[in-house]
Write a protein that binds this ligand. Structure first.
Ligand code: ADP
Length: 575
């Protein structure tokens, strides 16, 4: 009969299974923590470190790639500038006079070319008869311009000497030849570019050279500037990222030591070009420079290194955090393992003692040596009492294993709680008095029926009463009080026993926890009772509290709301 309401074999096996499950779960958690918090960041750190080792090289690779790209852009810029200049020169050439025109006609036609092309400063025609130079008339008032004009007229003689080879060369090129050099204007040094060409309709052996000279202002502000802007914008439109800046300058020492751009895009600012390229066909003597606006390829490489360091720092912090966390988890696990091993030896003891007593008294009765019915009654009572202790212990263990496995269910039924408390105490009354306890019972009978799990509440009460009996020494007193206060039912179990130190008061509700008091050490127990009481109370929407003074006694108060929450009528899982 006793075993019927305690534990079947399969239940005990289930209990064992659930314990291995708990162990497995904790190990899994430990492995997960180790994996996520330590191994992953550590692996990432190693990887980043590795790449970091190669990063210096990679910076160079990045820089080299950027420089190659810059070179390509400059080559393209040069091509575009040349093409535009050629087109302008060839457009002007179409209106050039024939070498066979008379001098007036030549001058008239050249003046017409100047009028049509205000971007030209001078135009000239050299042929067998001589050299005709015409300049923009409205600029002749400018001293520098006039000087330039005079200088050109004075120095045309080289054409007489080199004209023939120049014509051969121009025939080979099939495009104008553009060359240039420094000149002066009121605003300072600048660059004058000349495009020389042959007239296409003439036979190859005639030494006739036409030429146009680009106005320096137009060259800088329109032709160069237009192409540079186009190239810079093309980059930002196509790829986004860091905007480019380009410029054209004369790297001639006469033009000053520091680089003075002849023409530059808006974002050039100061500083040196990242990459430069000399014009290698037309516009000789000029060079182009390119760079990022506000940054450099080296700075970009450095940003990369800085970013890696930042990632390295964050990962290191994660690893340290992970290690601290792991240490915390491991020490918690170890403490729990210690508690569990204590639990096993405690429970074994607790099972063995009542079983030995039951066996002893049953055997004595069986031998028929006991004659007085009073004595027999006493032995029966001992057997019953010890069986009850076993029942309580095994019930606790089973409940605990169900809670741990998340399978504990409560069945809430409207219950006269006063009657439940009284009935539960009745089966203990004899034991209480036998042990010499003064028992005070104060139960309010006018309490409303409340939905509770009867068995669970009875078990909670039994656990509290058992503890009061176990942990009392000199002054043996047990008080149980049931009353209603502010819409809450309160069940108090009070003793004048050894009490509980303040620092232990919050821990005694944890599973396996037992205080270090020597009496506790010598008293059998599993450390499960109060953790069950707390679970049961919380499942009913209530709470458990303890007030205690060491050496004076303890008072456990179980508070239950008068109406338990409906949601808790069904299964309540372990926290
Ligand atoms: P145990 O099986 O050890 O009694 P419990 O969970 O019921 O386990 O109690 C946990 C611990 O709380 C006990 O080991 C004891 O140290 C302390 N304790 C519980 N009730 C009392 C009490 N009435 N007086 C003094 N200490 C108590």
């Amino acid at each position: 009969m006793l075993w019927a309401d305690t534990a079947s074999y399969s239940e005990v096996k289930m209990k064992l299974k659930s314990r291995t499950f708990i162990g497995g779960f904790n190990r899994f958690r430990l492995m997960l923590t180790l994996g996520l918090a330590v191994l992953l960041p550590a692996a990432a750190l190693i990887y980043v470190n590795f790449s970091q080792l190669r990063a210096f090289e990679r910076d160079k690779v990045l820089e080299a790639a950027i420089h190659r790209d810059f070179q390509d852009r400059l080559a393209l810029t040069e091509k575009k500038i040349n093409k535009r200049a050629f087109t302008l020169a060839e457009e002007a050439r179409d209106f050039f006079p024939s070498p066979d025109d008379d001098i007036h006609e030549k001058e008239r036609k050249l003046d017409l070319v100047l009028a049509k092309s205000p971007w030209l400063a001078h135009v000239f025609l050299f042929d067998e008869k001589g050299f005709v130079l015409r300049s923009q008339p409205q600029q002749m008032s400018d001293k520098y311009f006039r000087d330039e004009h005079d200088h050109l007229i004075e120095n045309y003689h080289w054409m007489t000497m080199e004209g023939k080879s120049s014509v051969v060369d121009l025939h080979k090129r099939a495009r104008p030849n553009i060359y240039g050099g420094p000149t002066k204007r009121s605003y300072g040094e600048t660059y004058l570019a000349t495009a020389m060409f042959i007239l296409p309709q003439l036979p190859k052996d005639r030494v006739v050279i036409g030429g146009v000279m680009f106005d320096p202002c137009f060259l800088r502000q329109t032709l160069f500037s237009g192409v540079l802007d186009e190239m810079a914008n093309e980059q930002s439109n196509n790829q986004g990222g860091n905007p480019l800046a380009l410029m054209i300058y004369a790297p001639d020492p006469e033009m000053g030591k520091e680089i003075k751009p002849l023409s530059a895009t808006a974002g050039w600012g100061d500083g040196k070009p990242e990459v430069m390229r000399k014009f290698d066909d037309s516009f000789r003597g000029l060079a182009m420079g390119i760079k990022y606006q506000g940054t450099s390829a080296a700075a970009l490489g450095q940003t990369l290194v800085h970013r890696s360091f930042l990632i390295l720092g964050i990962l290191s912090l994660m690893i340290i955090g992970g290690l601290v966390l792991t240490k915390h988890v491991v020490s918690k696990e170890m403490a729990l393992a210690r508690l569990k091993s204590d639990f096993v030896s405690n429970v074994s003891h607790e099972l063995r003692t009542p079983l030995a007593l039951i066996r002893l008294y049953a055997e004595t009765l069986e031998l028929g040596r006991i004659t007085t019915s009073e004595k027999k009654q006493q032995y029966y009572r001992i057997i019953r009492k010890e069986s009850e202790r076993l029942t309580a212990l095994i019930n606790n263990i089973l409940d605990f294993s169900r809670i741990e496995a998340g399978r504990k269910e409560y069945e809430f039924r409207e219950t006269d709680i006063a009657e439940l408390v009284r009935n539960t105490l009745d089966s203990y009354r004899y034991q209480i008095e036998q042990q010499g306890f003064e028992f005070e019972e104060d139960i309010d009978s006018n309490l409303p029926a409340v939905p509770v799990d009867r068995e669970a509440i009875a078990r909670a009460l039994v656990n509290l009463v058992n503890n009061a009996l176990k942990y009392s020494t000199d002054e043996k007193f047990l008080g149980v009080k049931l009353y209603r206060e502010n819409g809450v039912l309160k069940l108090e179990v009070m003793d004048h026993g050894i009490g509980i130190a303040r620092r232990d008061q919050s821990k005694i509700f944890e599973k396996f926890y037992r205080t270090g008091d020597p009496l506790v050490h010598n008293t059998k127990g599993s450390g499960l009772g109060l953790s069950l009481v707390r679970h049961i109370t919380q499942a009913h929407g209530g709470e458990i509290a303890v007030e205690s003074i060491p050496g004076k006694g303890s008072k456990f108060t179980l508070s239950l709301p008068v109406t338990s929450p409906i949601s808790q009528r069904s299964a309540v899982q372990s926290a």
